[in-house]
Design a protein around this ligand. Structure first.
Ligand code: NAD
Ligand code: TYD
Length: 337
């Protein structure tokens, strides 16, 4: 089994590479990643030199890089994307170029290389917010942010390729992941790194927004299940069913770190902020998948990982001048108010 993993140097991608190479001895992987600010080749350092692993540095928007990366691959797990909602609100152009344009280039490549399966890793955010109940795969898309709109565009494009060319596309729509190697701009790693330095935690609005948190390893297992057992043309929701408010998760993280709740600072809300995400995972569970990890246990492991790997996230925060500039712009007004 030779799989192309796009975005393999990012958070979920690097966890997926570890998961596949650790659990599948028959597995060969090619990673295609352009190493944006969110990609970190060091995450994959332990596999360098392993004959089952190949790294191609290049963009999914570049047909030549895609051709090179697809050589020998039979299937593709497509994760490469611009992923941070706040950045997409700040400037959405790169999100369309990568998430829609890059997916188009990959779908064309999948056709040329006659891939047997192409899994597009999408998000629950394409459905938009739901006050109660849970979205099913047949529900209409109603994305709220430029990020989720670009992901919805990629979903529709992939389904059109299945319909028009018979490309064996499968789509997964997962809820919020957490675990090691998550870039320290997303809620959990950002707040952990802030709290460890005794800096304020900027909670948007009242902090009562609800997210369903899943251990990244459970997501990786779901992707493998869909790759091996899913039906082309189908969409599979992925979620652990563990819904908590941002404020609850923030307080739990502070407790685990032994830091005071006074670090919480309510700031101006994110524009267009989705209140609640929730998906129905019946279809995926029918393939035999279920989440194996408990929320509390994963959060404890994650806190421990960020404690032990302070150099990893400090390095990312220090090196990325752009990151600093972005956050200064993003939070200057909010923290002051
Ligand atoms: P991430 O931002 O941590 O990593 C993205 C990776 O893609 C990085 O390694 C980056 O270098 C790479 N990349 C970006 N543009 C590229 C390009 N043009 N060509 C090649 N590589 C490029 O993201 P993540 O959180 O690991 O998310 C991975 C995928 O899973 C995304 O498609 C995202 O939409 C989806 N997803 C994420 C979550 C979540 O909670 N993190 C939930 C559901 C779905
Ligand atoms: P995030 O990790 O950006 O994921 P998403 O927006 O894709 O769900 O944010 C998770 C939740 O945390 C979301 O409701 C926004 C909120 N949040 C804050 O309150 N403060 C922050 O600094 C960040 C980054 C997120």
């Amino acid at each position: 089994m030779h799989i192309l993993v796009t975005g393999g140097a990012g958070f979920i991608g690097s966890n997926l590479v570890h998961f596949l190479l650790e659990h599948r001895s028959d597995c060969r992987l090619t990673v295609l990643d352009s190493l944006t600010y969110a990609g970190c080749r060091q995450n994959l350092a332990r596999w360098e030199g392993d004959p089952r692993f190949r790294f191609v540095e290049g963009s999914i928007t570049d047909p030549q890089a895609v051709d090179l990366a697809m050589q020998g691959a039979r299937t593709c797990l497509h994760l490469a994307a611009e992923t941070h909602v706040d950045r997409s609100i700040h400037d959405g152009a790169q999100f369309i170029a990568t998430n829609v344009g890059g997916t188009q280039v990959l779908l064309d490549g999948a056709r040329r290389h006659k891939l047997e399966r192409f899994v597009l890793v999408s998000t629950d955010e394409v459905y938009g917010s739901i006050p109660e109940g849970s979205f099913r795969e047949t529900d209409p898309l109603c994305p709220s942010s430029p990020y989720s709109a670009s992901k919805a565009g990629a979903d529709l494009l992939a389904l059109a390729h299945h319909h028009t060319y018979g490309t064996p596309v499968l789509i997964t729509r997962c809820t919020n992941n957490f675990g090691p190697y998550q870039y320290p701009e997303k809620l959990i790693p950002f707040f952990l790194s802030q709290a460890m330095q005794d800096h304020e935690l900027p909670v948007y609005g009242d902090g009562l927004q609800v997210r369903d948190w899943i251990d990244v390893e459970d997501h990786c297992e779901a992707l493998l299940q869909v790759l091996e057992k899913g039906s082309p043309g189908e969409i599979y929701n992925v979620g652990a069913g563990h819904e908590v408010t941002n404020l609850e998760i923030t307080h739990t993280m502070l407790d685990l770190l032994g830091k005071p709740k006074s670090l919480v600072r309510h700031v101006q809300d994110r524009p267009g902020h989705d209140r609640r995400y929730s998906v129905d995972t019946t279809r995926l569970r029918a393939l035999g998948w279920k989440p194996r990890h408990e929320f509390r246990e994963t959060l404890e492991r994650t806190v421990d990982w960020y404690r032990r790997n302070q150099a990893w996230w400090e390095d990312l925060r220090r090196k990325r001048e752009e990151y600093q500039k972005f956050y200064e712009q993003q939070y200057a007004g909010r923290l002051g108010g």
